[in-house]
Design a protein around this ligand. Structure first.
Ligand SMILES: NC(=O)c1ccc[n+]([C@@H]2O[C@H](COP(=O)([O-])OP(=O)(O)OC[C@H]3O[C@@H](n4cnc5c(N)ncnc54)[C@H](OP(=O)(O)O)[C@@H]3O)[C@@H](O)[C@H]2O)c1
Length: 292
């Protein structure tokens, strides 16, 4: 089977591509960048294209059996996602595995979540066998905060005090690879969650313990967060993410016991813990710092 991976040069899609290659599968990755096309993992082939450009759809959506569909958060996310579903249908795809978000119904007012709810619905009505993966906040987001955590002793992601069931991207990749290559997961949605809810102060404390220094949570002030984030991200994205963090702070995003069992079923083992992730990350960052 040939798998077309959208987002295959990014965090999740890259992990999905590597997982499939490790299993001996045939992998094709869409990228907008000739440079990234040249540095894909061994065995993967590239197709150059842009979901914002219908002119490339025929060359992108051809010669594949299954589609891993991931859309980056963008102000055109809905357009890009629907185009991919339509083109998968035109091309006769046998299966779609779609990356959505955990408990999307709780955030219909949040633009990137509203886009996913609509794309999920289009997939359900497409007639193509599907699996919808709904991950919580990724542990690996913390890679963005490396300098802030290590150099300044601050954990800056404003996830609040109510707790969210963060998840490891490697578990998402295993779930996706299982859904793309095995039967038994069709026409269902799966929450993908970690084993325990985590608060901002708990994430800070976990890094403090492995680095042997104080790491303090930056707090829940979303206006202060937006001022800092606005130095790097476009305004529409800061607005969108601030709404998401407000939801985390107000209500949390806890997995139910049933959702943890669901995760275990599609991943094939218990979800990885945040404690183990932080330990591995500290080892990795320390090794990289020594190598420089
Ligand atoms: N971060 C979280 O905690 C979290 C939690 C749940 C769900 N999610 C969802 O996960 C998704 C983001 O995944 P990620 O972090 O793996 O993304 P990422 O690392 O930012 O990678 C984005 C990927 O999308 C591709 N891409 C962007 N625009 C494109 C376009 N116009 N046409 C074709 N390809 C395009 C990029 O490819 P090139 O640059 O190579 O073209 C890249 O491979 C979002 O939908 C987000 O809502 C995130």
């Amino acid at each position: 089977m040939k798998h077309l991976i959208l987002g295959g040069t990014g965090t999740v899609g890259g992990a999905v591509a590597r997982e499939l290659l490790a299993r001996g599968e045939d992998v094709k990755v869409l990228t907008r960048s000739a440079e990234k096309a040249g540095s894909l993992p061994g065995g993967a082939t590239a197709v150059i294209g842009d979901l914002r450009d219908p002119g490339c759809y025929h060359s992108v959506f051809s010669r594949f059996d299954t589609l891993f569909l991931l859309n980056a958060v963008a102000d055109t996310e809905l357009q890009e996602g629907l185009a991919a579903v339509n083109e998968a249908r035109r091309a006769g795809a046998a299966r779609i595995v779609y990356l959505s978000v955990h408990d999307a119904e709780k955030g219909p007012h949040i633009p990137h979540i509203a886009a996913k709810l609509a794309i999920e619905e289009a997939i359900r009505r497409s007639g193509i066998a599907y699996t919808i993966l709904r991950p919580n906040n990724f542990y690996q987001n913390d890679y963005w905060f490396r300098e802030t955590i290590q150099e300044h002793g601050i954990y800056p992601q404003p996830i609040g005090d109510a707790g969210i069931s963060r998840v490891d991207v490697r578990d998402i990749a295993e779930a996706a690879a299982n859904a793309l290559t095995r039967s038994g997961f069709e026409n269902r949605s799966y929450a993908l969650v970690g084993p325990e809810p985590l608060t901002g102060p708990e994430c800070a404390r976990a890094y403090g313990e492995v680095f042997g220094r104080e790491v303090r949570y930056a707090g829940n002030d979303l206006q202060a967060w937006a001022r800092e984030a606005g130095k790097m991200l476009p305004g529409w994205m800061v607005y969108d993410f601030a709404l998401m963090y407000a939801l985390f702070q107000d209500r949390g995003l806890h997995a139910t016991a049933g959702q943890i069992t669901e995760t275990e079923r599609i991943v094939g083992h218990l979800p990885r813990t945040f404690g183990d992730f932080v330990q591995e990350t500290a080892t990795l960052w320390t090794r990289e710092a020594v190598a420089v």
